[in-house]
Every structure is written in structure tokens, then in C-alpha cells.
Ligand binder design. Structure first.
Ligand SMILES: [Zn+2]
Length: 77
């Protein structure tokens, strides 16, 4: 298949601030409290977790919710 064009971007909205995918509705939710001996270590762990989850997520499983969703239901067949 072709190369993925998705990117990890920082998003700031009224109800959400965080890292999200440019190609779908996926967003990074840190699981649990950050652990680490120092801020630097915590950030390193946070980034590693973020990058890992971004890399492993499947865009097709996180479809964007649009108000005008086209009806693709086929009546044929
Ligand atoms: Zn995605």
C-alpha cells in the first residue's frame, strides 16, 4: 500500500488539548499518571508512549464524526 500521510499534531480545542492524528479522530490519551524520576524522564516516557500509540493506531478504526455523513448504505444486492 501507499505511504501513510498521517501526522501527529498538537490540537487545541475548547474541549480537547493534546496530540491527535491529521487523518482520523484518533487522539492520544495518556494512560495513568506520569511516572519517572524527573521531568525529563517523565517527558521521555510520555513521548515514547505517544509515538508508540500513534504508530500503532489504525486510522480506519477512528473515523471522524461528521455532521453530514454520507449514506453509503447500498440498497442493491
Ligand atoms: Zn489516524
Amino acid at each position: 500500500m501507499g505511504a501513510m500521510r498521517r501526522k501527529l499534531v498538537w490540537v487545541e480545542k475548547q474541549n480537547f488539548q493534546g496530540w491527535a492524528c491529521t487523518e482520523c479522530a484518533w487522539a492520544f490519551n495518556p494512560s495513568g499518571p506520569l511516572v519517572g524520576g524527573s521531568i525529563v524522564e517523565m517527558m521521555a516516557i510520555y513521548k515514547r508512549q505517544r509515538d508508540k500509540e500513534f504508530t500503532s493506531h489504525v486510522c480506519a478504526k477512528h473515523p471522524r464524526v461528521t455532521k453530514k455523513s454520507p449514506l453509503t448504505k447500498s440498497l442493491a444486492g
